[in-house]
Write a protein that binds this ligand. Structure first.
Ligand SMILES: *Cc1c(COP(=O)(O)O)cnc(C)c1O
Length: 367
């Protein structure tokens, strides 16, 4: 039997000769926003059917050159990940459950017929990236360097089949608070006209196409004065699934957490999984099951559902104050965020920022 495990890929590092000036960087990090400023470097790894993964490199950040026939531009063979680098009080920089992102990207790749990057190479790419741009990891509370690994097909061919050429990148962007209002409860809009994912579709893969499908309903939400859109299942238009980019939890009167079970059309959030683990450790009951929109609406009205929140890497945990649909409004946006919501949020961020012990082995030192 031969050893088939490939050896880790070597990275060539080329530092930029035009690093952002310290004063400008300080100005950016003082008010980073979300996803608007990009660091000085990027990671690129090429792939072809013949060669596999090759030519891993850290280079100065810059535009891509794509042939107009590049397959991604036509058939949307694209996947991505989202994770953060957190600066601890001693200046060290850490990633949270990086291996989980690596494995999820492999599952997304499989669904989109893209090549799977070995998990070890994914983790190395994150380390090399953060080490090149470590000055871009902010240190103010609740800030981080948001990392965006992504992969596109780039074979210049218009035939419809999986591309024989792909490329993986990592870029990064310093992040302040995701929601401009801070951690105040938000209102969400229940769309009944649109779905983001269907059974058997790509809902469980982190791919750009799912986001494209969520943008029109997101505009509808904004027009309704809501900050996010909630999607229902596409078959019955009845069971809650998730927001455009966040999973959802409800808290019942008896302090049980309920969250939609993973049906294949819901993205398996790493924050979702972490919240489930932290809640169970506290002795709370966590139930993954189907939850109808009626149950939530009526529960908000009767008090059977006492709290609701959305969760994901970018926004961590965001309380949901009110639920708005075509012919109803439930909840109260002006009520303060739920106690359990806020304490789970605190517990999670305490681990991420090194304020609480990492008893799960969730952190990886990046720099
Ligand atoms: C990324 C994402 C989430 C949250 O996943 P995390 O791993 O917690 O960041 C939830 N839903 C969708 C659709 C997503 O793309």
């Amino acid at each position: 039997m031969s050893m088939t495990a490939s050896k880790p890929i070597d990275f060539q590092i080329t530092h930029t000769s035009h690093a952002t000036a310290p004063e400008k960087l300080a100005r950016i990090l003082a008010n980073p926003g979300f996803g608007v400023h990009f660091t000085d470097h990027m990671v690129t790894i090429d792939w072809t059917v013949e060669k596999g993964w090759y030519d891993a490199r850290v280079t100065p950040y810059g535009p891509l050159s794509l042939d107009p026939a590049a397959s991604v531009l036509h058939y949307a063979q694209e996947i991505f990940e989202g994770l953060k680098a957190y600066r601890h009080a001693d200046g060290s920089v850490w990633g949270f459950r990086v291996e989980s992102n690596a494995r999820r990207m492999q599952r997304s790749a499989h669904r989109l017929a893209l090549p799977e990057l070995p998990a070890a190479d994914f983790v190395e790419s994150i380390k090399h990236f953060v080490q090149a741009d470590v000055a871009w990891v902010p240190s103010a509370p609740e800030t981080s360097l948001y990392l965006r690994p992504f992969m596109i097909s780039n074979e210049n061919f218009l035939g419809v089949r999986a591309a024989k050429k792909a490329v993986y990148f990592v870029i990064g962007s310093p992040a302040g608070a995701y929601f401009s209002q801070g951690v105040a409860p938000v209102a969400i809009w229940v769309t009944q006209d649109f779905a983001r994912a269907a059974y058997g579709g790509t809902g469980a893969a982190k791919c750009g196409g799912n986001y494209a499908a969520s943008l029109l309903p997101q505009q509808e939400a904004s027009a309704q004065g809501c900050s996010q859109v909630l999607f229902l299942d596409s078959q019955e238009n009845k069971y809650i699934e998730e927001l455009g980019g966040m999973n959802v939890f409800l808290v019942t009167r008896d302090h049980t957490l309920i969250t939609p079970e993973l049906t294949g059309s819901i993205l398996e959030g790493i924050t979702r999984d972490s919240i489930i683990a932290l809640a169970k450790e506290r002795g709370l009951k966590v139930i993954e099951r189907k939850i109808s929109i009626d149950e939530w609406r009526d529960g908000f009205a009767s008090g059977d559902i006492t709290e609701a929140f959305a969760c994901g890497t970018a926004a961590v945990v965001t309380p949901i104050g009110a639920l708005k649909g075509r012919d109803f409004t439930a909840g109260d946006i002006n009520k303060p965020a739920g106690e359990l919501t806020m304490s789970l949020r605190q517990a999670l961020t305490d681990i991420q920022y090194g304020r609480a012990p990492d008893s799960h082995g969730w952190l990886t030192r990046l720099a």
